[in-house]
Design a protein around this ligand. Structure first.
Ligand code: HEC
Length: 151
């Protein structure tokens, strides 16, 4: 066997040994999924609020902290949705989520876009630019909560 062929085969085996599990958290039981999405959303809220408090004048503006927090929020908002899989009804999530998956995913996608825009705005280091994109980002959270979260 040529050296190249044996390397190629080794690579194939390596790929087979590590399926996609790395990016997709696997939940042993529904409670694990509920806890994961709630923890992720709480952490999201913490980072989002840090930026919002600066924009609202409740905290002094620190461009670096705002940039890091918005960036972290943009990463976090991609993460809770895998934890709304079949059989994970519960928490404060309304059962409609599992009947209206398309609409739920659509709202999740829109929020990802708005929070990504906030992260871009925060990179400028300009408070007015941040303020300008904060409203739409906050509204994208609310749009989903109004339909799909129990209070
Ligand atoms: C696509 C729908 C959707 C979007 C978008 C969304 N959320 Fe939520 N959020 C939910 C649902 C559903 C729950 C309840 C989860 C549960 O209890 O299982 C929730 C719960 C929460 C909680 C409570 C977590 C806890 O258990 O204490 C916070 C905080 C939160 N969201 C913040 C945010 C913020 C901030 C944004 C926007 C940047 C956002 N969410 C965007 C659907 C959404």
């Amino acid at each position: 066997m040529t050296r190249f062929a044996s390397l190629a085969i080794a690579a194939l085996f390596a790929a087979a040994a590590f399926p996609v599990v790395a990016q997709t958290p696997q939940f042993a039981k529904p409670d694990d999924a509920i806890k994961f999405r709630q923890d992720t959303l709480k952490e999201l809220q913490k980072n989002f609020k840090r930026v919002a408090d600066m924009a609202g004048g409740r905290d002094p503006f620190d461009a670096k902290v705002a940039e890091e927090s918005a960036q972290r929020a943009a990463e976090l908002i991609k993460q809770p949705w895998v934890a709304f899989g079949p059989g994970t009804e519960g928490g404060k999530a309304k059962p409609e989520i599992w009947r209206e998956q398309d609409k739920f995913k659509d709202l999740a996608g829109k929020a990802e876009v708005e929070v990504a825009k906030l992260a871009v705005a925060a990179k400028t280091g300009n408070l007015d630019t941040i303020k300008a994109s904060l409203g739409a980002a906050g509204a994208s959270c609310k749009a989903c909560h109004d339909s799909y979260r129990n209070r």
